[in-house]
Design a protein around this ligand. Sequence first.
Ligand code: FAD
Ligand code: NAD
Length: 472
Amino acid sequence: MADAFDVIVIGGGPGGYVCAIRAAQLGLKAAVVESRGALGGTCTNVGCIPSKALLQSSHLFDEANHAFAAHGIKVGKVEIDLPTMMARKDGVVKQNTTGIEFLLKKNKVAYLKGYGRIAKAERGAHQVAVKGLDGKEETYTTKYVVIATGSDVTPLPGVIIDEKQVVSSTGALVLPKVPKSMVVIGAGVIGLEMGSVWRRLGSDVTVVEFLDVILPPMDGEVRKQMQRILEKQGMKFKLGYKVTAAKPGKDGVAVTIEPAKGGAAEQLSADVVLVAIGRRPFIDGAGLDTAGVTIGKRGFVEVDHNYQTNVEGIFAIGDVIGGQMLAHKAEDEGVACAEILAGQPGHINYDAIAGVVYTWPEVAGIGKTEEQLKEAGIAYNVGKFPFTANGRARANGDTDGFAKILADAKTDRVLGCHIVGPAAGDLIMEVAVAMEFGASSEDIARTCHAHPQLGETVKEAALAAGKRALHI
Ligand code: FAD
Ligand code: NAD
């Protein structure tokens, strides 16, 4: 038997590595088991980071093509050097994965390279077997196990992902050339982000969505505005359709779609099809069955309010337990779980976790949507302010979108905020802090915002919630 630990975290994604660092900071002997050969999980290797690198590169290309002229900047023919763009993206990923390895060393967290499996569940002395990349297995004893094995692509029945012509988000991050046409299945976050990347680089992108709306969980007004903006940019939508087949051939992929509510089938064809209909929990081979850990109906690991599974000393965090499948949610659960293991009261306010879609303009939402407030019968005030009326947005030439604040009609407490606009993801963070402190819309409105800033849009939305916006 090899070393003994206080806590072994299975999975080195944002949930897992952050949990181990926080546990080590609190004096626990911690280890992370990771099988992909690099730390950072889905997010750093094939998710948040590479997608944002490509979103940034493709945004610059788009700006050079469409925005420079209005600023009086003349450029010759703007061309894409895709290998350089991809190499830059890979370099950014590498910087982040090696950075995380450094952080583990700095915090004296052991990095166990290999596939982790709970070999034996025994209160106070669980055993985790790690099959190394060389095929050798070592078994470690640990007081606590944290399952942070993340998630994987949800497959679509009848559609085989070959990562060449029919790709998941992972394949969409490494396409060797710009496809002439792309069909994206699913108008969720991945569909719109990766669809935007390839649309900006020159693809003719059609998004097929089962529901009648894009970005289903977001605020209705935001969804409608964003659809209009994306359509103006050239993205096409087939809403209320399901894909029944996608057959790759020599001349591209033949895609069959049918109205979701029934009706005649239609044919689409595309060089590449991206399947982006959601992600599902990943627990394969992690020994949860051996340990007797309860798995819920949709495959998520079930935990109590302390992130503990039904087996004492075995915890779970991040995508694998469901809820918002976001890196920052996984990280905060990692911190809270480590603090609980160290005997402290770890806590997360799930009502103040922002969701951001990194299209351009960006979309950001936090707290309740108008639809949720109506359904719950909560009376609320709405304050809305468009970027067209913001001086900085005009100066930047980025005036699409608005900020909207929803405040309790009786107490004025901020219940939600929804933004479509430039840097919406950064702007929403002041509302996250405000909500964390239980602020009212008046608190935001009375906070002096520097001028000229995009953030004044949030302030004006807060003023508008009290019917006293100044600049509209
Ligand atoms: P993961 O990051 O999935 O990490 C789990 C790790 O566990 C993996 O590295 C896996 O190899 C390892 N593992 C699994 N089983 C074992 C085992 N038995 N032994 C050893 N190792 C194992 N979220 C955002 O907040 N912002 C974004 O911009 C964003 N962009 C995204 C873009 C894409 C294309 C995708 C796919 C996702 C994106 N996400 C984004 C979601 C984000 O990546 C996830 O929410 C986040 O990575 C979840 O973290 P996690 O630690 O729970 O799991
Ligand atoms: P998603 O849940 O965001 O969107 C999936 C979409 O596919 C939904 O609109 C759904 O209605 C649709 N759909 C489902 N089945 C369908 C079918 N058969 N045909 C057509 N449409 C169908 O999922 P995603 O975009 O795959 O992203 C997965 C997860 O990754 C999300 O939970 C998201 O939070 C996370 N992620 C986050 C970010 C970010 O924070 N910026 C970026 C990428 C991914």
